[in-house]
Design a binder for this molecule. Structure first.
Ligand code: AMP
Length: 509
């Protein structure tokens, strides 16, 4: 982009807006917000933020339910040159104490029901508190309503920070990923192009807006394309199917697709107006991909990203969307697979650590220079922590988180490989393989299996089916059954929860 132009994400989004009357957001209850409305609202919010003492470079933390005002708060924060810090609505006061203490925001916006508790936490870092409820009411919108809609967007450079998103922390303490204006803008513009977004698109937006998927991928891509989005506050399968005849794109986590498939109303006809189904944030089972194609005639487009890197890879728009693969590195993104110990690049099809480099990759972890340094190679590649491979055609495959690797009797066992074999057994819906402390083996390979309704599979039958398909050291020592796997809101299986639940499985009495 032009060196003298303002690199503020807000400017890049809206400075060349040609039709302010165009629809930007429709709410679940039918309210319509145009691009012009969005810009004017963000001006009011930005003026209000400044009146509350928010300065360029300050953090504005928000733990609010999904609403248009919530999205406007993000846009206004960025517009004012401050750094937006969204927080998962599930976090308790105890957890918020850590995030607020760590990020030291100058303003915290929360649901009125939490205001009392948050006041005490915010006071410790000298932050002010405003409220915003699910209906968009609270001191924030009251204050903003009186403010001027005109606001001169703060001048920002490409590398200045626009947001800090704490990693979901399914392993270890959450870290604040620092994302710059250009990290966000460049990635969204790449996706607009790659996924062929235009102003004719209507996105069904049923993701939360405190996470990179719903906030940046879904919202920024739609806004850059001048498309429209329909905001649903949660996954409502019937509502999504109702909306399909006037929508074109759905972005979801894998749970969206498995839940939609359970609904008999999901048919070719129901999806005939849709042009694109995107999945990410957690692995989409190849089985789900195939079932979706058979039922709807659409191949789900799976992509791979993370809080720290925005989106890294995507299956192609034209060309094969391969079940179980996350596609090619996006234009401008380099990806490689290395030996986790030595960092040496591996050949095609060899499993190792996925590393990425590009304008999408974050600026480091907030106030953790040592941690940041240890996660980057000297040549600038970020070590994702995901194990995977690149196949002979160039498709990237994710095998799982490095931290989920099981080491049994000194041998590495990739849970995904065992899970794939178990999932292929008739009567199995899905499975999770974990390592559980074991006196003889260090870790015992342990499978937690969800059976299909009515399936009579027992442990012995599963072990028998695996016999001969897996090397002895990869065979589960135990197979346990569960009604469902624990997942977080982004659809990720929480293996840490399983590891805790079965920690004593092999303990000697
Ligand atoms: P988050 O930072 O919450 O977005 O989580 C990022 C992590 O989610 C990645 O490091 C991957 O482990 C996982 N992930 C995201 N997309 C996919 C995908 N399509 N397939 C498998 N894992 C994925």
């Amino acid at each position: 982009m032009n060196a003298s132009a303002n690199a503020n994400l807000f400017s890049r989004l809206f400075d060349n807006l040609d039709n302010p009357a165009r629809l930007a957001i429709e709410t679940a209850d039918g309210r319509r917000i145009s691009y012009g409305d969005l810009i004017a609202l963000s001006g009011r919010f930005a003026n209000y933020l400044v009146s509350r003492g928010v300065k360029v470079g300050d953090r504005v933390a928000a733990q609010t339910e999904k609403s248009v005002s919530g999205l406007v708060l993000y846009l206004a924060t960025v517009r004012a040159g401050a750094i937006y810090l969204p927080l998962n609505t599930a976090y308790t006061l105890n957890e918020l104490d850590y995030f607020i203490g760590d990020a030291k925001p100058s303003l915290v916006v929360c649901d009125p029901s939490k205001a009392e508790g948050i006041e005490k936490i915010a006071a410790k870092v000298g932050a002010r508190v405003d409220t915003l409820d699910a209906a968009g009411k609270g001191s924030l919108t009251e204050g903003a309503a009186k403010a001027n809609p005109e606001f001169a967007t703060a001048q920002r450079g490409n590398d200045d920070l626009a947001a800090i998103l704490y990693t979901s922390g399914t392993t270890g303490r959450s870290k604040g990923a620092m994302l710059s204006h250009d990290n966000l803008a460049s990635n969204s513009l790449t996706l607009v192009d790659y996924w062929r977004f235009t102003d004719k698109d209507v996105l069904i937006h049923a993701l939360p807006i405190y996470h990179t998927h719903g906030l940046f991928v879904a919202s920024n891509v739609t806004l850059f394309a001048r498309a429209a989005m329909i905001f649903l506050n949660k996954l409502d399968v019937d509502r999504i199917i109702d909306l399909m005849p006037r929508a074109t794109v759905l972005m979801g986590v894998p749970t969206f697709y498995t839940r939609l498939l359970q609904n008999p109303r999901l048919t070719k006809e129901a999806t005939s107006h849709m042009r694109l189904f995107v999945s990410g944030s957690a692995p989409l089972l190849a089985e789900t991909h195939r079932e979706w194609s058979a039922r709807t005639g659409h191949a789900v487009l799976e992509r791979y990203g993370m809080t720290e890197t925005n989106m890294n890879t995507s299956n192609p728009y034209d060309g094969d969307r391969v079940p179980g693969a996350v596609g090619f590195p996006l234009p401008g993104v380099s990806a490689r697979v290395t030996d986790p110990e030595t960092g040496k690049e591996l050949a095609r099809d060899e499993i190792g650590m996925i590393e990425v480099k590009g304008p999408n990759v974050f600026k480091g972890y907030w106030q953790m220079p040592e941690k940041t340094k240890s996660e980057f190679r000297d040549d600038g590649f970020f070590i994702t922590g995901d194990l995977g491979k690149i196949d002979s055609k160039g498709y990237v495959h994710i095998i799982g988180r490095g931290k989920d690797l099981v080491i049994s009797g000194g041998f590495n066992v990739y849970p995904k490989e065992v899970e794939n074999e178990i999932d292929a057994i008739p009567g199995v819906t899905e499975s999770a393989v974990i390592g559980v402390p074991h006196a003889d083996f260090g870790e015992g390979v342990t499978a937690v299996v969800v059976r299909e309704k009515g399936a009579k599979l027992e442990e012995a039958a599963i072990l028998q089916a695996l016999d001969g398909r897996l090397a002895k050291f990869k065979m589960p020592k135990r197979v346990l059954f569960a009604d469902e796997l624990p997942r977080n809101t982004m659809g990720k299986v929480q293996k840490n929860v399983l590891r805790d639940a079965y920690a004593k499985l092999y303990a000697k009495p």
